[in-house]
Design a protein around this ligand. Structure first.
Ligand code: GLY
Length: 300
């Protein structure tokens, strides 16, 4: 049985919760608008929620403005270590990758993990080996490193910040509801600048970086990974939906809870099972966009 009508098809995306410089406000907003259109085109052509969130996230992974794929934040040693997850609310299946390089679209590799293995997450060398085995496209590490990411990395090194101060630009994500009533969520990130080599954040962890359940709703998170993991932010938000809160209230209360409990900052996008949207962030900015009934809404 369908639990959503055609008119309830909806997709919402975010481009990371952080303190965006004035000079990037417009371009990041344009970037999330382009990504949400990409996902929307998939949905109206009859594609699944999974196809739509993958397409939207791929678009932001390819955009050097965002901390995912090309443009990823660099580790303490100047390397690229990417994390991503995709989750199917119909079956609760998920695929994730962590600590990977040489992959421009980690969320697509995460989907392959979900569809082609009996596992949920592959990391580092094992994930790369899997990518090679299935003929997944590889890129040179340099392809993923932008001048801006290098500048930011140098800036952090010069000022000798602590890890908690290093939370700068952050993560992309999408949640969609398709015409069959299926919800999917996806999140992809380079993590936080100057993170320790081997550090994995919230993004590839089910219930932290993303969660989707057709019976309740779906969410994608952005923000300080160590805080998000401690409160399993997206599962928390979906639980609040289950308790009867609106999508907007669930997003607000979850981020409030994270601040109260662990003093963490971040952002959430949320859909309930019939396509009501929740968007909230406790950082200065978070570019977001959604399309519902053919109308595009966006903000920073
Ligand atoms: N939210 C992304 C990270 O902390 O890695």
């Amino acid at each position: 049985m369908k639990n959503a009508d055609q008119e309830n098809i909806v997709i919402v995306v975010h481009g990371g919760a952080w303190n965006i410089p004035e000079s990037l406000l417009e371009s990041t907003r344009t970037g999330v608008e382009a990504a949400v259109r990409e996902g929307w085109q998939v949905l109206i052509a009859g594609g699944s929620a999974l196809d739509a969130v993958e397409a939207a996230v791929n678009h932001m992974e390819d955009n050097p403005l965002f901390d995912a794929g090309i443009g990823a934040a660099l580790t303490r040693d100047g390397d690229v270590e990417l994390d991503a997850i995709i989750m199917d609310g119909k079956t609760l299946s998920a695929g994730a990758v962590a600590g990977i390089t040489h992959i421009q679209n980690p969320v697509s590799l995460a989907r392959k993990v979900m569809e082609k293995t009996s596992h949920v997450m592959l990391i580092a060398d094992g994930a790369l080996k899997f990518a090679k085995e299935i003929g997944f496209p590889l890129v040179k590490k340099e392809t993923l490193i932008t001048d801006e990411a290098l500048l930011e990395w140098k800036r952090f090194h010069s000022f000798n910040h602590t890890i908690d101060e290093l939370f700068s630009h952050d993560t992309v994500g999408a949640v969609a509801l398709d015409k069959e009533g299926n919800i999917a969520a996806a999140t992809s990130t380079g993590g936080i600048t100057a993170k320790m080599p081997g550090r994995v954040g919230d993004s590839p962890i089910i219930g932290s970086g993303a969660y989707a359940d057709n019976k309740i709703g779906g969410a994608s998170a952005t923000g300080h990974g160590e805080s998000i993991m401690k409160v399993t932010l997206t599962r928390h938000a979906v639980y609040l939906l289950e308790q009867g809160l609106s999508a907007q209230k669930a997003a607000e209360n979850s981020l409030h809870y994270m601040f109260q409990r662990v003093h963490g900052f971040g952002g959430l996008i949320l859909l309930d099972r019939v396509g009501n949207v929740g968007i909230h962030f406790t950082t200065t900015h978070m570019p977001w966009a959604y399309i519902k009934n053919g109308n595009l809404y966006s903000g920073v």
